[in-house]
Design a protein around this ligand. Structure first.
Ligand SMILES: NC(=O)c1ccc[n+]([C@@H]2O[C@H](COP(=O)([O-])OP(=O)(O)OC[C@H]3O[C@@H](n4cnc5c(N)ncnc54)[C@H](OP(=O)(O)O)[C@@H]3O)[C@@H](O)[C@H]2O)c1
Length: 266
């Protein structure tokens, strides 16, 4: 096992399960201290327990918080990370979901909730974390788990598409701003991935298509040209590569991990 993140310190939002947990697990397995964030105390405690089981005792911390548009929440989370880990070297933004709905029919408050977590939550965590990243030295990076909908707008996932596309745009500028300091900003664009969110999305599609969640799950699973969906640990392997020094010249860009679903050139 490589030890690419020995003695480094990371926050992983959405780290209680799914893609975020898999990234946290990779970081912990390779020597980092990690503070994970999820919505509920129970989910965070479970995530922490499973990370400790990987050998992370004394290096794994958890905070339950509803990440949205409130900068006080973002600030409190990075302060908790600094207090517990003595500073911060990496921010991983992975908290969120993908609501299956219609841009025209979704109630306004659903638009606001979804944009709050995925757009304002990601941007707010970046803004709060940057002063701590600047105060650190050595390798530092921000990794955002976006989604292929930011490149291939899906009419059934309007908020995910809007947030992911907007984050691709804004993080390009932030990457340019932070590059002279050696702080990198990278994004990954998963397509449908084998997490609990897949089941939630399948239920959403089933309601819209008068089908069953099982049929929709099967349809999602066979959709990519590679004939299967990425697993969270595969998404995490890409994320860890991008956070590592092997990716030191890479910043301001997004890498797709979608089984070949995206057909465009950009
Ligand atoms: N799975 C996919 O098909 C897919 C595809 C493309 C992009 N993505 C993106 O990848 C990211 C992770 O998705 P996933 O598949 O890992 O989802 P998941 O398995 O449902 O896990 C979601 C994680 O985010 C946390 N979370 C959700 N809303 C939050 C909020 N408002 N504040 C704090 N934490 C919150 C959850 O905490 P609790 O455990 O407390 O609920 C959980 O840790 C999301 O941004 C999603 O849009 C996923």
């Amino acid at each position: 096992m490589a030890n690419r993140f020995e003695a480094r310190r990371a926050i992983v939002t959405g780290g209680s399960r799914g893609i975020g947990w898999a990234i946290a697990a990779g970081l912990v397995s390779e020597g980092a201290a990690v503070l994970i964030v999820g919505r509920t105390q129970a989910s965070v405690a479970d995530g922490v327990r499973r990370l400790e089981a990987l050998g992370g005792q004394g290096r794994v911390f958890g905070e339950a918080a509803e990440i949205g548009a409130d900068p006080a929440v973002h600030q409190a989370l990075v302060e908790a990370a600094a207090a517990r880990m003595g500073g911060l070297d990496y921010l991983v933004n992975a908290a969120g979901g993908a609501r299956v709905t219609s841009a025209l029919e979704a109630p306004w408050d659903v638009w606001q909730q979804e944009m709050n977590v995925k757009f304002w939550g990601y941007l707010g965590m970046i803004r709060a974390a940057v002063p701590l990243l600047k105060a650190s030295s050595g390798p530092r990076a921000i990794l955002n788990v976006l989604g292929i909908t930011g490149k291939d707008p899906n009419p059934a996932l309007p908020m995910a598409g809007a947030a992911n596309a907007a984050l691709r745009a804004v993080t390009k500028g932030i990457a340019t701003e932070l590059a002279p300091l050696g702080i990198r900003v990278v994004n990954i664009n998963p397509g449908a991935t084998e997490t609990a969110l897949l089941e939630t999305m399948a239920k959403g599609y089933a309601e819209r298509c008068q089908s069953s969640a099982e049929e929709m799950t099967a349809w999602l699973r066979q959709s990519p040209p590679l004939g299967r969906l990425p697993r969270p640990e595969e998404v995490a392997a890409l994320a860890l590569f991008l956070l590592s020094q092997a990716a030191a010249p890479i910043t301001g860009t997004s890498i797709d991990i979608d089984g070949g679903s995206h057909r465009g050139l950009a």
